[in-house]
Design a protein around this ligand. Structure first.
Ligand code: SF4
Length: 381
């Protein structure tokens, strides 16, 4: 008998932590961004509609097998589930657990993987979406990642078809709205294409979530990275602007630029200042800014760009108002996961503080300090 399994890719946005992951493509069509090593060992592959439908059928079957073990009060019969799991092979169990985990998180949202799923022809994506909605009709939200350049080539009419078929949100790693930065990181897209893509998506009613990467332009382009991204955000007014502070991994081309001196790592304060500029300059926008990744210095920075603008700026200034020595303690403590918020500095023990102070006294060279923090950050991505 053939095993009942389905594919699952490696990456999803943090906001899709509880979502069911369905791999409609593998890898990325571009694979050339200088800061990204995510899919370096994978060639892009688009799966056939038939094989995706087959995965959806397997998921739907597991849902039917799991459902009898939850009562209408949401209580799980763990013993019964254990018996069901014992009937499965080790690989089937992995698929079973994915579906079980999804149902335990509410079983409402689905994310289409991998890095550029909308590179599939719209007809194919529409067929997949319709099938998903038919087999799992209670789904509330379906979302997907896609490259900005790919998105700029999809017409406004096709976005409307995708919306009608049930695509609710698109995530895209813009990283920057500065053409100079986009060129430096070899993103393969221009700010104009980003704006075309964003406007067409917004017009269709699909929610749009863009990612901004403070620090990805390095010291020299730090201000441009912020101000030009603010320009693009203002033009599009996306539903979400998500902050992903740049971490330059040592196995990337951009790190070679660091080593050769072409690219100078931004300090934590420069990266945070980019976020400050972005918030300040996009005050009239209606979208939500979210700092939902551990790589960001200030994690609790969330709010509507319009209504919560002042509050978010104040939260940033709370950090900037610290004496320089305390800022460095916070940077280090945060990167070692000893604090989350500025107020947590008060919670450090005497021993912890002494250790942190000792490191700040030892590393006084700015570039060495920035490299050390970058290295600490590498463990989180
Ligand atoms: S488009 Fe995304 S997944 Fe592809 S190389 Fe660039 S950052 Fe990596």
């Amino acid at each position: 008998m053939t095993e009942q399994t389905f594919r699952v890719g490696p990456i999803r946005p943090p906001s899709e932590a509880g979502s069911l992951l369905i791999q409609v493509t593998r890898g990325c069509t571009w694979n050339k961004c200088r800061f990204c090593g995510l899919y370096k060992d994978n060639t892009f592959r688009a799966y056939s509609v038939e094989s995706i439908k087959n995965d959806i059928d397997v998921i739907a079957d597991y849902v039917e097998r799991i459902k009898p073990y939850i009562d209408n009060q949401g209580r799980w019969d763990r013993l019964g589930l254990k018996g069901e799991i014992n009937k499965l092979s080790p690989t089937e169990r992995e698929s079973f657990y994915v579906v079980l985990n999804w149902l335990m998180h509410g079983g409402e949202n689905v994310f289409l993987q991998d890095g550029n799923s909308l590179a599939l022809k719209t007809d194919r994506v529409v067929e997949v979406l319709q099938y998903l909605r038919k087999r799992l009709p209670w789904i509330k939200r379906i979302t997907s990642y896609a490259r900005a350049e790919t998105l700029s080539r999809i017409s406004a009419e096709d976005y409307k078809r995708l919306k009608e078929a049930g695509l609710d949100r698109i995530h895209s790693g813009f990283e920057s709205g500065s053409d100079e930065v986009l060129e430096l990181i070899n993103k393969g897209v221009t700010s104009e294409q980003e704006i075309i893509a964003g406007k067409n998506i917004k017009e269709s009613g699909i929610e749009f979530s863009v990612y901004f990467m403070p620090g990805v332009g390095g010291k020299d382009l730090s201000y441009k990275n912020a101000i030009e991204t603010a320009r693009v955000v203002k033009e599009i007014d996306p539903d979400y602007v998500r902050i992903r502070t740049a971490v330059i991994k040592t196995d990337t081309e951009l790190w070679e630029y660091v080593e050769s001196g072409i690219f100078k790592l931004c300090s934590e304060n420069e990266k945070l200042n980019e976020i400050r500029i972005l918030i300040e300059k996009t005050k009239g926008c209606s979208g939500i800014l979210t700092s939902d990744h551990v790589v960001n210095l200030l994690q609790g920075l969330n709010g509507r760009l319009k209504e919560d603008n002042e509050r978010m700026l104040n939260a940033i200034d709370e950090y900037f108002n610290l004496p320089e020595s305390e800022q460095k303690i916070f940077q280090l403590a945060r990167r070692k996961l000893m604090v989350t918020f500025v107020k947590d500095l008060k919670m450090l023990s005497e021993f912890q503080r002494e250790k942190l102070e000792e490191i700040t006294r030892r590393i006084t060279d700015e570039d060495k300090w920035n490299r050390m923090l970058n290295e600490l950050l590498m463990q989180y991505i």
